[in-house]
Design a protein around this ligand. Structure first.
Ligand code: NAI
Length: 384
């Protein structure tokens, strides 16, 4: 579930519907791939008009919609987190051309796929629980999309204005959106390139909002990453990409004077740089300690920028942690510094680093509600 703060495990009584849903999920878990294929087969056979809203090749991300729906259903009892997640999902679906009338079609195929593969336990009560859950899920998404329609476009076009290849596989790409693009430092967006229509990937903004309206992303080309390879090796000034709405809550809490302990691994330094700029713009002096991790010194592609920021801001300290030299990975390095009890923590980087970072931070006494990061589930597709 994309919880953007590190939530402590919630121990609560499950509702009868939640129990039924969990029962179905346990039943289909061993055949999840088959459920996914069958769900999309049903959807495209029964509703061929929906096919163009999905990527031509479905292998890379075919189960994202289904996964999102199942994740939401599983958390049906956790209303505040669920609503937040679904509102984002509903807003985010506007860029695919999703409309309110598409939701019943998806619901019908979801029930069709579940009832086929959970047939051993499927009965009218199971179906009723899923219909109730899906109705709740789709209504939150539909309402959020409708509200968003009044204030923002479904997507933005953005022209590449500079493309700076920093290493053989990392590029810093700056784009100019065709309309104002409101967002907060620390957030991310989704990007579609002209070469892979309808394949969207998430990238964090590498700067706080700028007066010239330009947006910058740090992109690393990863093996088999269609979007990332296109952005690093193919995109040039003048190319036009599409952007979805901003998302994410790894933003600076300006209601506190706590320091910021920031861990950025690899291209995960991008949103950390945006956070530093945000603190600078707010003008209140807060200690910001950045740990910038990389596998080798060649991978520290943005260290000059970070050191320049350190030079201009006495409240900022930047430390590079290089695996090879430090003989330990980034999250463990923070244990040698501190104390960190007056700090809020921000972590950005590969999913494994976020997981071990949260662990290390809790271990040194930072409570979960003061540790912020993007959802690890969403990150699995970030940057591909
Ligand atoms: N908002 C966010 O959280 C953002 C996340 N990213 C993600 O960051 C990643 C960047 O990839 P690369 O530059 O190739 O990073 P990388 O794989 O080279 O690793 C960067 C740093 O993270 C540490 N690290 C990696 N795996 C670890 C693990 N399992 N446990 C502890 N430490 C670990 C490494 O020691 C290194 O210091 C991508 O997965 C991208 O999706 C990128 C931008 C923003």
């Amino acid at each position: 579930m994309p919880v953007q703060r590190s939530a402590p495990p919630v121990v609560e009584e499950a509702s009868p519907d939640a129990l039924v849903i969990r029962g179905t999920m346990a039943e289909i878990a061993p055949v999840a791939d088959k459920v996914t294929s069958y769900f999309y087969a049903l959807l495209f056979v029964r509703h061929p008009e929906l096919r163009p809203m999905f990527p031509p090749a479905m292998d890379a991300q075919r189960d994202r919609l289904l996964k999102a729906l199942l994740t939401a259903a599983e958390h049906i009892d956790n209303k505040p987190v669920l609503v937040d997640y679904l509102q984002n999902l509903g807003r985010g679906h506007r860029k695919y051309g999703t409309r309110a009338e598409h939701y019943p079609a998806v619901g019908e195929c979801l029930i069709g796929a579940l009832s086929k593969y959970a047939s051993a336990i499927w009965n009218p009560e199971t179906e009723a629980a899923w219909v109730r859950a899906y109705t709740t899920i789709s209504q939150v998404m539909i309402d959020a999309a409708a509200a968003d329609e009044l204030r923002a476009p479904a997507w933005w076009h953005a022209e590449v204005v500079t493309h700076d290849l920093r290493t053989p596989d990392v590029a810093v790409v700056t784009v100019r959106p065709d309309q104002p693009y409101p967002f907060l430092a620390g957030q991310y967006t989704s990007v579609e390139t002209p070469w892979w229509p309808r394949v969207w990937r998430h990238y964090s903004f590498a700067s706080a909002p700028r007066s010239d309206g330009l947006l910058t992303f740090h992109v690393k080309a990863v093996p088999a990453g269609w979007v990332s390879n296109a952005l690093v090796h193919r995109a040039r000034p003048g190319d036009v990409i599409r952007l979805g709405p901003p998302a994410g809550s790894m933003t600076v809490d300006h209601t506190t004077d706590n320091g910021l302990l920031c861990l950025g691994g690899g291209t995960g330094i991008a949103p950390i740089k945006a956070l530093v700029e945000d603190v600078a713009e707010h003008g209140r002096r807060r200690q910001v300690e950045v740990f910038y991790g990389a596998r080798t010194d060649h991978d520290l592609y943005d260290i000059d920028t970070m050191l320049r920021l350190q030079q201009s801001h006495p409240w900022l300290s930047v430390r590079a942690i290089i695996d090879q030299l430090a003989h330990l990975q980034l999250p463990d390095a923070i244990r040698e510094y501190g104390p960190w009890n007056e700090y809020d923590a921000y972590i950005s980087g590969p999913p494994g680093m976020i997981r071990s970072g949260v662990h290390a931070l809790r271990d040194i006494g930072i409570p979960s509600d003061r540790i912020r990061h993007d959802s690890v589930e969403e990150l699995v597709v970030v940057g591909n």
